[in-house]
Design a protein around this ligand. Structure first.
Ligand code: ADP
Ligand code: MG
Length: 205
């Protein structure tokens, strides 16, 4: 079972990974965007850490919903509403249970990723965060470790793609040959999940 503390640790591990990798995310965004993805993610997840410290949501659903709302209200770039929607809709789908099963979470995360696709209108192969998130959802039924591997592979696989959504799409062909920053940060989010799941005993999230 996954309790509220599990999700608190997931958000903390994501914030730490984003801090560590902010420079790289910004460099990737400098190549095909406007060089703010690292700072957007840092601002967002620092704010998530702060609000989770201040308020004490009592259920997994409430915690992720709060984190998502915080991202939406603090991040100006495209990634704020998209990641915010991911966490908020995952949280809503978890309902009000004080603990959830791994498979309930896998299903709720799928709902969250679906909401990102709805909001941004992107699909597989458009060179966005969805290229890491969609394979992660598929693999999450197996384990969090499998989801991490799928998300990382998905992020790497954005390199040869031409961007069809977001700022990078303005570059057309020139977006080819660069890894998508949002797919890269999505892999960090899923890697943080696997880290926490593994320390929770087993990789089954
Ligand atoms: P901005 O593009 O506003 O500067 P960021 O740099 O923070 O925002 O985030 C850029 C990332 O957001 C991209 O690398 C891509 O993965 C993701 N993204 C942009 N538009 C979309 C969309 N319509 N659907 C899904 N992801 C998107
Ligand atoms: Mg940007």
């Amino acid at each position: 079972m996954l309790d509220t503390e599990f999700f608190r640790r997931w958000m903390a591990a994501t914030a730490a990974a984003v801090d560590r990798e902010a420079g790289r995310l910004t460099d990737l965004d400098a190549a095909i965007g406007d060089a703010d993805h690292g700072s957007n993610m840092q601002r967002g997840f620092n704010a998530v850490s702060a609000v989770l410290e201040k308020e004490s949501p009592e259920t997994p659903g409430a915690l992720l919903t709060l984190a998502g709302r915080q991202l939406i209200s603090t991040v100006g770039g495209a990634s704020g509403p998209l990641y915010g929607t991911l966490l908020r809709c995952t949280g809503k789908a978890l309902g009000t249970e004080s603990e959830v099963t791994e498979s309930q979470f896998a299903e709720a995360f799928g709902t969250g990723v679906e909401a990102v696709a709805q909001l941004g209108g992107a699909k597989t192969g458009d060179k966005t965060m969805l290229d890491a998130l969609l394979p992660a959802v598929q693999a999450l039924g197996t384990s969090a470790g499998a989801a991490r591997d799928a998300a990382r592979a998905g992020a790497l696989a954005t390199v040869p793609l031409r961007a069809r959504k977001g700022r990078a799409s303005y570059l057309g062909e020139r977006s080819i040959g660069h890894q998508d920053p949002g797919a890269t940060s999505a892999a960090l989010l899923v890697t943080a999940l696997a880290e926490v799941a593994e320390s929770n005993g087993g990789g089954d999230a």
